[in-house]
Design a protein around this ligand. Structure first.
Ligand code: ATP
Ligand code: MG
Length: 812
């Protein structure tokens, strides 16, 4: 009714209203970060449901991550009620395609219980093929072949189409073609799709089987896609297939003449300044050419940012304006200028991490919840220093998309048991568990089984059932047939006749673990690592039980689907009450009160690998833009003078992007100039580069003093040092020598020794000495056992929270 309409449009600006109320074939919303694109999509869905213009089942909304999908579902439910929102497809491209393929795979030679290979599985398979074909002698690497296949699949190129364009005079190319062909063949015979196939094969399905396409074209009346700038060609093609007019003749007889036959209405939202997946085949042209693809479309621009303060927005606008080939967008906000951006240069990654931890403690003390705070970085390797310090400071945190629970060997083993039961055709999963727990089945036996399977044109699983025929020793034969029997028994509880209930995932897993002695075998080694592994497997059991609670009718396949998608994309980790740590890529679409952007250095941002790529530095700049625009109120930019990576300590240079932020917006707590005073000697290369900043007066406060000194050397040419050649080899060597010094004195203190103060008794009032912070007085001790935390007021370093067990402290 009217009141709902009012509620739906409440607070929206005119362009946002127009976008929510638009009814027609195709709508494009392009707008900068934080302008309400995702909010508008959400309200559009709510509006369609509330007015009953659409059933929930007629809506397909695509988000970029599972987390984003969960949030959108939540918000729609808040607007229209839980029941009204049931049956809606709000998911990632991958999840939507898995659902379609589970229903339709039988049309083209797969079964609905297909396995989804994650990138580790694909890698293992490609490695095996390369070994068999001896392709490495052609200079083909596993990751090279893997990336190339992935790229081809994202462009919807298959073996045949690749072969048509291949240069058969190039032996390397011929060999690659053979790998690609073999890989495709083995996926098919394993009844498996790799991650890229999920989308590519769905497109293929729709193109090859019009009667299947017609069902989905008819079903989905409203398709909405968030983050459209990051769609690749395969995803683009999928949308194209789903928005074709429905051909009546392709529908089953009972559906013909009923329902709508117009193409689905399409809404896409995006921001070309936030396109950060070109390296994975995302094509910015998809957004640029939308108006050509959908000639009857309407375009709406949103210009008001509702997320960030003016200072943060000014920084973001200023950075992104350095990219060419973009339409200038004028984002404004009415939130006010807010606090200045805080800058900090540490001596090392640990020093930087300590700054981050200290500032988070201050924010928390001033009333900000931990869950409103996020720390971003360019590479996963940077988490180590951060986690190190966070644990010592007793800060509750969670690493998003990085827990990698499902990548642990023991979890993959246990999951492989489930996969083998679900999909007996998959030899990869079976090979993985053949000798786990150890039962004396070695590589030679496995090869004999595979040989038998190949010669008799049967599966590896079947070969195991017939192991007696192989003439192996009685013990190993017994082990093989014993395993085959367990698998067959459990399988019988899954492959049940129509109308009989399947065994539940948690019971299936429990039976498999019990009958194979999986957990006992880990416990029997008395290796503490194995004990941890046993606990992880028990955790997996809890996951299955949790799944069951949330999905009372959930089948084994449902469980495997959920796990493979969550594990491959991102996780739905509970971050209530914790600080969130994640890569800049994971941060897309999210927002936080306070954001820490760490490692703003050359070689990290822009990343070293981007240098040779066409458009690489521009894409890295967009990544920086995405990071900045996640912040609502507070933004921190930090870097370190030296960075430990890949077992080396390297001199780090401030990122070129820092000088693209107007200097008056940043309040440097410790600039590169201050940092040099700590170790006495000025690392000359650092200083020279700072000169480039200094010439524009952009970095640091007057007191930091780096406008003088060695500066100016690289400022001569144009915009500064981007064109300026760089420091000489000797200057770099000297800088590296100097930089190594604080590393040994400072970073080693923190990382070098594992200490255990578990027995140290502390009470309020005690005086202590800390290796780095000096002397201080304990004001409180909280927590228990290994989680005891001391709050200490240091005489000079201020207030800190320390995890007693690991803090480098002693009582004085
Ligand atoms: P991004 O490009 O980062 O994905 P976005 O354009 O999708 O951003 P949203 O996340 O939808 O932006 O919105 C940003 C913030 O602004 C959210 O907190 C949202 O609730 C708020 N917001 C959006 N529109 C309005 C409005 N009209 N009035 C008040 N707040 C709004
Ligand atoms: Mg958004």
């Amino acid at each position: 009714g009217g009141s709902f309409q009012d509620a739906l449009l409440e607070g929206l600006n005119p362009q946002q209203r127009q976008a929510v109320l638009y009814r027609g074939p195709a709508l494009l919303i392009i707008a900068g970060a934080g302008s309400g694109k995702t909010s508008v999509l959400t309200r559009r869905i709510a509006g369609l449901l509330a007015t009953r213009e659409a059933w929930p089942s007629q809506i397909l909304a695509i988000t970029f991550t599972n987390k984003a999908a969960a949030e959108m579902r939540e918000r729609v439910q808040q607007l229209v009620g839980r029941q009204q929102a049931e049956g809606m497809w709000i998911s990632t491209f991958h999840s939507a395609c898995v659902r379609i393929l589970r229903r339709e795979a039988e049309n083209f030679g797969f079964t609905k219980s297909f396995t989804i290979y994650d990138s580790a599985d694909s890698k293992a398979l490609i490695k095996r093929i390369i070994k068999e074909l001896e392709a490495d002698t052609f200079g083909i690497t596993v990751s090279g072949a893997m990336n190339k296949i992935s790229k081809l699949k994202n462009e919807l190129s298959d073996v045949e189409s690749y072969a048509r364009g291949a240069n058969f005079n190039d032996p390397g190319e011929v060999m690659f073609l053979q790998i690609f062909r073999e890989y495709t063949k083995r996926l098919q015979s394993a009844n498996a799709f790799d991650f890229d196939d999920l989308i590519g094969q769905t497109v293929y399905l729709f193109r090859a089987f019009p009667h299947v396409a017609a069902l989905y074209q008819r079903r989905f009346r409203h398709i909405l896609v968030d983050e459209y700038q990051d769609t690749n060609h395969a995803q683009y093609a999928l949308i194209q297939e789903l928005t074709r007019p429905v051909n009546q003749g392709d529908l089953p007889l009972d559906l013909q003449g009923k329902g709508h036959l117009d193409p689905a209405s399409l809404t896409v939202v995006g921001d070309s300044d936030q396109s950060i997946y070109a390296f994975r085949g995302a094509d910015i042209r998809n957004i640029v050419e939308f108006e050509r693809d959908f000639p009857n479309s309407t375009t709406i621009l949103l210009e008001q940012n509702y997320r960030s303060t003016q200072n943060i927005l000014d920084a973001a606008n200023s950075v992104i304006s350095n990219n060419f080939d973009r339409k200038d967008k004028k984002l404004f906000t009415t939130i006010g200028s807010g606090e200045k951006i805080v800058g900090f240069t540490g001596y090392s990654g640990h020093d930087e991490a300590q700054f981050v931890a200290d500032e988070i403690t201050k924010l928390h003390d001033s009333g900000m919840a931990y869950k409103e705070i996020a720390v971003f970085y360019r590479t996963n390797a940077q988490t180590r220093a951060l986690e190190d310090i966070f644990i010592r400071s007793a800060l509750p945190y969670r690493v998003l998309g990085g827990t990698k629970f499902y990548e642990r060997a023991e979890i993959k083993d246990a999951m492989s048991y489930l996969i083998t039961v679900a999909n007996p055709l998959d030899p990869m999963a079976l090979r993985r568990i053949m000798n786990v727990p150890k039962r004396g089945i070695g590589p030679a036996t496995e090869a004999a089984l595979q040989n038998f399977a190949d010669n008799n044109q049967t599966t590896l699983r079947d070969a195991m059932r017939n192991a007696q025929a192989l003439g192996l020793g009685p013990k190993v034969t017994g082990a093989i047939t014993g395993l085959a029997l367990i698998l067959d028994d459990v399988q019988a509880t899954v492959d049940v006749p129509e109308g009989v209930a399947q065994a539940k995932p948690s019971d299936i897993l429990k039976t498999l673990l019990d009958r194979t002695g999986f957990i006992e075998a880990l416990r029997a080694t008395r290796d503490p690592q194995d004990e941890a592994r046993a606990e992880n497997v028990e955790e997996l059991l809890s996951v299955t039980k949790e799944f069951q609670k949330n999905n009372p009718d959930g089948t084994l396949l449902d469980f495997l689907t959920e796990v493979s998608l969550v594990a491959a994309a991102d996780d739905l980790d509970d971050t209530s009450g914790t600080v969130s740590l994640m890569t800049l890529h994971t941060a897309k679409g999210l927002e936080y009160e306070a954001v820490f952007l760490t490692g703003i250095e050359e070689d990290l941002l822009p990343h070293r690998m981007s240098a040779g790529e066409p458009g690489g530095p521009a894409e890295e700049r967009r990544l920086f833009y995405v990071g900045i625009t996640r912040a609502r109120q507070r933004l921190y930019l930090s870097l370190a003078m030296t960075r430990a990576q890949f077992g080396e300590v390297n001199v780090a240079m401030p990122s070129r992007y820092l000088q693209e932020i107007p200097p008056e917006l940043i309040d440097w707590k410790q600039s590169p100039g201050d940092a040099t005073s700590r170790n006495g000697t000025q690392p000359r290369a650092l200083n020279a580069r700072r000169g480039a900043f200094g010439a524009e007066g952009s970095l640091g406060t007057g007191a930091s003093g780096f406008n003088g000194g060695f500066g100016g050397g690289f400022t001569g040419s144009g915009s500064g040092y981007e064109n300026a050649g760089g420091p000489s080899a000797t200057a770099l060597a000297r800088a590296a020598r100097n930089a190594a010094k604080p590393k040994t004195e400072w970073a080693n203190k923190i990382t070098g020794t594992v200490r255990d103060n578990g027995d140290l008794t502390l009470a309020a009032g005690d005086r202590i000495r800390h290796v780095d912070f000096g002397d201080g007085r304990v004001s409180a001790v909280t927590g228990e056992g290994t989680k005891r935390v001391a709050e200490v007021h240091f005489d000079t370093a201020g207030r800190k929270r320390l995890l007693i067990k690991v803090a480098p402290i002693e009582k004085i």
